[in-house]
Design a binder for this molecule. Structure first.
Ligand code: SAM
Length: 353
């Protein structure tokens, strides 16, 4: 079996498939997607190993918006017996090659498959032991083995290159909600920092003393993440901000319209979680970036419409064109985070050409 298996948010299978299909058309690979609404995964089938390798090399997981994880597919196994699943899986796993730095048995993030969590855990222990016995685990390997159990009898076997894959099983970072944060939205910005920036960027760009603007800040979950890292934050929102956050001394609350507010001095960061039409948000983000009012931006694009993939592409083009017209290039990293619902989160900045 050749192709890609992508994990996504349940209900976003067609967006994930459209995205893979767009890359496939650009590469003339001739693949096709198999999806089931609500399954939380997409199979993208390619004709042969050469085409699959070409697709895998050209389509980076990092560039996909709707895929939480992207595996290079090797096999689909149906009819796994209840008593000896590993006995049936192992020949298929040996046929893939190896060695691998690690092996994960995962289930897609849908209601039915969530009940497979205990089975995944116990099978995973047995699999690692078997792979070690056969010297198929090697810590220096650049590839990880994945087995995706879609139900108790059906599994996909695949692998990822660890330099271009989510470092969490299922592509899901398990973040703990900080008890002093004013809203659960705080986890979105924390995940965005983890997923959209690398370690060096986090260290350079999220230092104490830097300045940030948070548009649509109330009650303050995103501001909390910035303040936690020692940044000064101008929080723009007509709604009330968390009192404890304001008392900390790093936050200035302005009851103003986030679409009109403009800083008097350029700031390191602008973050924006205003609930508005994505095009209107993208337009305003472009003004901030092109105007040099911030160096970096992270913003949410809410997608309550039907044509969600098209809307994301349109927003990206809109910002890209504005940045290109200013003689620079856009660094755009977008993802539907685990903590995002009907929305995606984007990191953007301008780069000199
Ligand atoms: N990020 C926040 C947090 O972590 O607590 C949650 C933000 S909530 C999803 C959206 C906020 O945007 C609301 O508080 C709303 O008042 C604000 N908002 C919407 N339109 C706005 C505008 N034009 N100007 C300023 N704030 C706006």
């Amino acid at each position: 079996m050749h192709g890609v298996l992508a994990y996504c948010r349940a209900g976003f299978e067609s967006e994930c498939a459209q995205e893979l299909g767009g890359h496939d058309r650009a590469l003339a690979c001739g693949g096709f997607a198999r999806t089931r609404a609500g399954s939380a995964f997409v199979e993208f089938i390619l004709a042969d190993a050469d085409t699959a390798n070409r697709f895998d090399a050209a389509v980076r997981w990092r560039d996909l918006v709707f895929a939480r994880q992207r595996l290079q597919l090797a096999a689909r196994i149906d009819g796994l017996p209840e008593r000896d699943r590993l006995g049936v899986l192992m020949p298929a796993i040996r046929a893939v090659g190896g060695p691998w730095c690690d092996a994960w048995i995962e289930a897609p993030d849908n209601d039915a498959a969530r009940e497979l969590a205990a089975l995944c855990r116990s099978l995973n222990h047995a699999l690692i032991a078997a792979l070690k016995r056969e010297r198929l685990i090697e810590s220096t390997s650049s590839r990880r083995l994945h087995v995706c159990l879609v139900d108790a009898r059906t599994a996909f076997v695949g692998s990822t290159r660890i330099d271009d894959a989510a470092p969490w099983p299922g592509g899901i970072p398990r973040l703990r909600f900080p008890s002093s944060a004013p809203s659960r939205s705080t986890l979105k910005l924390e995940e965005a920092f983890l997923t959209l920036l690398d370690a060096g960027e986090r260290e350079r760009w999220l230092r104490p003393g830097l300045h940030a603007v948070d548009l649509g800040a109330a009650p303050g979950g995103w501001t909390w993440q910035l303040v936690r890292r020692g940044l000064h934050v101008t929080a723009v929102d007509n709604g009330p901000m968390d009192a404890a956050l304001l008392a900390g001394g790093l936050v200035t609350h302005l009851r103003e319209d986030g679409f009109r507010y403009r800083p008097t001095q350029p700031v390191e960061w602008m973050v924006c979680d205003m609930v508005e039409q994505p095009r209107k948000v993208a337009q305003r983000m472009a003004e901030w970036l092109v105007g040099g009012w911030c160096r970096q931006a992270i913003f949410n694009l809410k997608l309550p419409m039907k044509k969600r993939h098209e809307e994301v592409m349109l927003c990206r083009r809109l910002v890209e064109q504005a940045v290109a017209a200013s003689g620079r290039r856009l660094d755009w990293r977008a993802r539907q985070l685990y903590h995002d619902r009907e929305e995606i989160t984007v990191f953007a900045r301008c780069i000199a050409t």
